[in-house]
Design a protein around this ligand. Sequence first.
Ligand code: F6P
Length: 345
Amino acid sequence: MENYLGLLTGGGDCPGLNAVIRAVVRRAMQEKIPVMGIHAGWQGLIAGDIKPLTRYSVAGIQYKGGTILGTSRRNPLEEEEGLQKIRDNWKKYGLNSLIVAGGNGTLSGALRMWQTQGYPIVGVPKTIDNDIFGTDYTFGFDTAVTIATEAIDRLHTTAEAQHRVMVVEVMGRHTGWIATQAGIAGGADIILIPEKPFRISQICEMLLKRKEMGRNFSILVVAEDARPHPDEDYLTDEEKERIFKEERLGGIGAIVGRWIEERAHLSARVTVLGHIQRGGTPTAFDRVLATRLGVHAVEMVLRGEFGRMAGVRGMDMVSVPLEEVADKAKPVNAELYRVAEIFFG
Ligand code: F6P
């Protein structure tokens, strides 16, 4: 049985994953290393849903969103039975190393699979949220920011025509990267992020001041996990439970819109961008980053750099211990948010 390099994509899908898959296969081919594609994340390794990836099966996929391998949020460490099946399939399919492309959850799982089960794993960071430690950027983020910026541009014209406050809720889990970057690019008047709890009284004051200055419309970008400051936390327990569910965030935009109407007596409309931010074709930036990370991950495998993640710092590819990455989220850089704040109000 040949020694295969396994490849899986776990967690939520994200634009750029197919470019990683293509890059891994093409770089491995140069070394005559065959690659096995594991379907639906760890689930495929448990179920034995594993097939070889060839030059032809990955041809021309770099511009497609999603992942040709499929994905799932299955955690391999949850049941002993699953771990036994992974051991069996690892042998059966002739695997001798594994590249795991995933977000925070998947990479934390990868670390544990390396530490406690001894699987030689290299991680590739993927998420639209850009919240992974150890890398300046994750692919998918630029695509999500581009989509959110276009949405803000479109909302600007209708807001201006009808003198409204437009609230745009964007994704990002526990960090406000998408909100901040798209807010700056789209010229948002206020950006609410989880890193900076907000006070609704200040928001209303700012919006009314804009009105006084003759600015009859406003754009407010709110990250899905943005929360009110404890001083002015008017959310009910029921609302908190509904909005800040760990497995499904969303709904703070509607509440902020309602508070603006009630407290500032301004007409507000709410748009939730949702999964539109994650779908469709990746930007050129994301395709290039994903390709470089895929190539770099194979080179890390060749050097035996296991238990680590490929990343980018500045212009350079880096190799970071998964221990430094797992179980945390990289908050928005303070300088970036300070720049955004200059344009508030
Ligand atoms: O982590 C990526 C992400 O898109 C988050 O921004 C969002 O909170 C979450 O995944 C949505 O997950 P799901 O696709 O399971 O609804």
